[in-house]
Design a protein around this ligand. Structure first.
Ligand code: SF4
Length: 294
């Protein structure tokens, strides 16, 4: 399939503040997310392990969901009903986000929350085609089209004009749907010890997660076996330590962006100082035809 991504990145930015109408379209998962993030891609268990191996252990964070009523199994933690299976809270792992100055769709520079890996200057992904490039990102927007779900490309076209989705035939080979029947241990994980999560659920809801909180969920997901509730304790221990010890350019840049947040003199070009001097890989920029195949 073919998409025109120049000046877009609508799938990597929380562009709700400049959208014509309120939307929960890309707040994905099983029920209502406990966090307020938009466009957070679900990582597969193998994506998580690759992220850990290549030094991005501090780039990941969990998402849990809350549900009301009796249609869903839930477990109560920190006075919230968390979606669960067999008494185990369910969650996904996504990428951390931070506000950066960006100019999507040809708009004026503005602070919007984006994926940590988005280069705000070129609006390209810093890990595109690298081993850590998430399966869900590689399958976008084909996976949405195959499931008959509106894509961010179409939503951006409707809001800002232009032709984003050039060829809308989804590829024949796509990974399993992140929240479908095969999701357990693939993109949805079950935490076996809910009592350990006391306090963490409140911090996640309040956007105050600690490194240890992230390590708890990422580590458990890395040790999860696909299709079952089985956990490999040695893999969990190793992954948890890796998250605690990792300090990549992503984590350092998040802190630096937070210190600058809202500064009206900041521009997308600041990424050279904030991200690239801390080790972020450069992106290629746009030349010639902006369309590319996904
Ligand atoms: S990893 Fe890259 S493509 Fe995926 S959401 Fe982040 S910036 Fe976008």
């Amino acid at each position: 399939m073919e998409v025109n991504c120049r000046e877009c990145a609508g799938c990597c930015i929380d562009w709700r503040p400049i959208a014509p109408a309120a939307s929960e379209h890309e707040r994905r998962g099983l029920e209502s997310p406990l966090d307020d993030r938009y466009n957070m891609v679900p990582l597969t268990r193998d994506d998580i392990r690759t992220m850990l191996d290549v030094g991005y252990g501090d780039a990941m964070r969990p998402r849990l969901w809350t549900a009301a009523g009796e249609d869903r199994e839930t477990v109560e933690i920190d006075d919230r009903d968390i979606v669960a299976m067999n008494g185990r809270p369910l969650y996904m792992i996504g990428l951390r986000q931070v506000s950066k100055p960006v100019t999507p769709f040809g708009t004026e520079p503005r602070w919007l929350r984006t994926c940590s890996f988005l280069d705000p200057q070129t609006l390209q992904c810093r890990i595109h085609e690298q081993s850590a490039y998430p399966t869900t990102c590689a399958a976008y927007p084909g996976q949405h089209l195959a499931m008959d779900v509106e894509t961010e490309c179409e939503r951006v076209e409707a809001a800002f004009g232009g032709d984003r989705l050039v060829d809308d035939d989804p590829p024949e080979e796509l990974p399993p749907a992140p929240f479908g029947r095969e999701a357990l241990g693939w993109t949805v994980f079950a935490h076996p010890e809910p009592d350990r999560l006391t306090g963490m659920i409140e911090r996640i809801a309040a956007d105050g997660m600690t490194t240890d909180d992230r390590a708890e969920f990422v580590g458990m997901a890395a040790g999860h076996s696909p299709g079952t509730l089985t956990i490999n304790p040695a893999a969990v221990e190793s992954a948890t330590s890796t998250v605690r010890e990792t300090t990549s350019w992503v984590g350092r840049a998040i802190k630096a962006w937070r210190r600058r947040a809202g500064n009206e003199e900041s521009s997308p070009a600041d990424a050279a100082i904030v991200e690239e001097t801390r080790g972020a890989p450069a992106t290629s920029g746009w030349t010639g035809d902006a369309s590319h195949s996904c």
